[in-house]
Design a binder for this molecule. Structure first.
Ligand code: F6R
Length: 609
């Protein structure tokens, strides 16, 4: 939540900061602001709204300077407003600070600082930090930040500048991500690597409990206690072109159309098409662990939770092992039994979701091993886990997860196969047939994506429809949940996902000519049952759309519209059935003229609990 960026160099850094904010905007977009050292003074611009509103403000009231910090906000404490937008300044206006995270003890700190004469001008928790830095400032900004963070409880990544100690940016991290980019004659701090790609490939990831002092010449790290820290410089592998739209109107569209390649990349070098063996060595978890556990627990939120449900059905079918899939936020409040015979997988594209991270850390103390299934190898979850299952999805900029969902399903399919093989639950012939079928999936996905035009036309025809019921059974029940989530989060249309068998236990009361049912009916072990569900909807005058196999005459006979998919092994149908649903949501939102990539009230990386 919230994106921070800072840059110090030998030229005007304002354009780079604004460009950086644009890259980070997916993290939060209700207000934005920038502060730079301009001679002896701090110049500051803030707006309620998006980065483009900040740019407009900067056109009217330009700023320039060689050292600056900027922020794009997702409000937690204090409503979105110009006053609450970061950067915040101290009483004297000589220190400016941006913050990602939450200060849990801000109220008591605020009372105390007020009592000491500090004047507060915002409703934010962040403002206490800048007043603490002011209170402890004795000529050295890093010294003041060191003293200030010692008083903070909660999560924070802060970047701070001062006209009284110019020539540096001081950063402190405890929780939210912060990565330092080392350019030539310029140094950056950022919430993620995307703003850095166009400037440098050389980065250092900050760890919790560290302070970084940035100058144009480089960076120096120390602990909160002031002890020097040596850090490795890593080289980024993502290309700048990966974070461009490449001719698509929205990132989400580009990312939907990249999905077949995501599956190809996830499978690459992890399967043998001759023997059917799956190699999970790069996870860092020894095969013996797979044999020693008697239970698997998936922990996740949102779309990643839906991927976990698909993973559960895969693992149950292939490895016959009990699997629980848990919402991270719920798990944390429960007395959840877990022991050394439990293997835990935390699923999170960002690797930073606060609830999943906390649940994963807690699980790490009890379970046999913890594996992070993530698209971010340097994330907090990747660091907290014993091993990593990498998604190979590349950067996902659209706030609604699409290609990372498919990447998660691909990674979990591999995991289920590898896990089953390690436990000798799968015969060699069966393994080979499944791996070969999985290898054919991307080609079939391309075929479905090739019919996007039909789905766009259907989405336009159904634009006036206000209520949707998504129905699926067994391995497509999670896809019904995911289809409904996509439609509501980007097109703001009411949609509910249900297990087909549950319909008669309540939701059937909603069915009338105003309710559209989107039924997922590949020819699998629950096909006939799904057809019965469709008949029940039809008998009550409900409208029906269906995702079904290309040659399915029965589905065509009952549905107003069929989104066809090629025939596929029943365990892998989610890779195909989810595509028309993502496209339907995308085209509905785009036709309504909505902000597809940055839907209201959401943020891509949910680093608050
Ligand atoms: C929905 C969506 C969210 C995320 C959820 C977890 O499109 O993107 O529901 O799936 O916030 O995020 P990660 O996977 O980063 O933990």
């Amino acid at each position: 939540m919230c994106g921070i960026i800072g840059c110090i160099g030998l030229r005007d850094v304002v354009p780079d900061l604004v460009e950086g904010l644009r890259r980070l905007e997916y993290r939060g977009y209700d207000s934005a602001g920038i502060a730079v050292l301009d001679g002896d003074e701090i110049g500051r611009r803030r707006v309620k709204g998006k980065v483009r509103d900040l740019e407009e403000d900067l056109r009217r009231h330009p700023l320039a300077g060689g050292c600056g910090i900027a922020h794009t906000r997702w409000a937690t404490h204090g409503r979105p407003s110009e006053d609450n937008a970061h950067p915040h300044v101290d009483c004297s206006g000589t220190i400016a600070l941006v913050h990602n995270g939450i200060v849990e003890n801000y109220w008591s700190l605020k009372e105390r600082l007020r009592g000491e004469g500090h004047v507060f001008r915002t409703e934010t928790d962040t403002e206490v930090i800048v007043h603490l830095v002011e209170k402890y400032f004795r000529g050295s900004l890093e010294g003041a930040v060191r003293a200030a963070v010692a008083e903070l409880e909660g999560a924070f990544a802060v970047a701070c500048i001062s006209s009284r100690d110019p020539g540096k940016i001081v950063v402190a991290k405890n929780g939210p991500p912060a990565v330092v980019g080392l350019g030539s004659g310029e140094t950056f701090i950022s919430s993620d690597i995307t703003p850095l790609l166009s400037h440098t490939r050389r980065v250092s990831y900050m760890d919790d409990g560290e302070i970084a002092v940035l100058t144009p010449a480089g960076v120096r790290f120390e602990t909160f206690a002031g002890a020097p820290v040596e850090k490795a410089v890593e080289t980024l592998t993502w290309e700048p072109a990966m974070i461009e739209k490449r001719g698509f109107e929205h990132f989400m569209a580009k990312e939907i159309f990249e999905q077949a390649d995501v599956v190809r990349d996830t499978l690459k070098s992890r399967v043998s098409l001759e023997s059917g063996r799956v190699f999970l060595d790069d996870t860092g978890i020894a095969p013996a662990v797979f044999r020693e556990v008697d239970r698997v627990v998936f922990i996740a939120c949102g779309t990643s939770y839906h991927a976990g449900l698909v993973g559960k059905y895969l693992l149950e079918t292939l490895a016959h092992v009990p699997v629980d899939v848990e919402y991270a936020s719920e798990l944390r409040s429960r007395d959840f039994a877990m022991d050394r015979r439990t293997l835990v997988l935390g699923i999170s594209q960002s690797g930073e979701t606060a609830d999943t991270l906390a649940a994963l850390r807690a699980a790490g103390e009890k379970a046999r091993a913890v594996l992070a299934v993530t698209n971010n190898l340097n994330s907090s979850m990747a660091r907290a886990a014993d091993g990593i299952l990498d998604l190979h999805a590349g950067p996902e900029i659209g706030v609604a997860a699409t290609k990372t969902f498919v990447g998660q399903m691909a990674a979990l399919a591999l995991f289920a196969l590898g896990f089953a093989q390690a436990r000798e639950a799968l015969g060699a012939g069966e393994s080979l047939a499944l791996v070969q079928e999985l290898q054919r999936v991307p080609h079939k996905m391309d075929r479905v994506l090739g019919r996007a035009g039909d789905i766009e036309r259907a989405a336009r025809r159904y634009l006036a429809c206000e209520h949707y019921l998504f129905l699926g059974r067994w391995i497509n029940f999670p896809i019904a949940l995911e289809g409904a989530l996509k439609l509501k989060e980007i097109s703001y249309t009411h949609a509910e996902g249900y297990a087909g068998g549950e319909m008669k236990h309540g939701p059937i009361a909603l069915i009338d000519e105003k309710m559209t049912t989107l039924a997922i009916v590949p020819r699998d072990r629950v096909y006939e049952k799904m057809l019965s569900n469709i008949a029940e909807v039809q008998a009550r005058s409900g409208r029906i759309l269906a995702v079904a196999f290309e040659d399915d005459a029965k589905a065509r006979a009952v549905a107003e519209e069929v989104f066809p998919i090629p025939e596929v092994h029943q365990l892998f149908s989610p890779f195909l059935t989810v595509l028309p649903l993502q496209l339907f949501a995308y085209y509905s939102a785009a036709a309504k003229g909505l902000d597809v990539d940055q839907p209201r009230n959401l943020a891509k990386s949910v680093t608050v609990e």
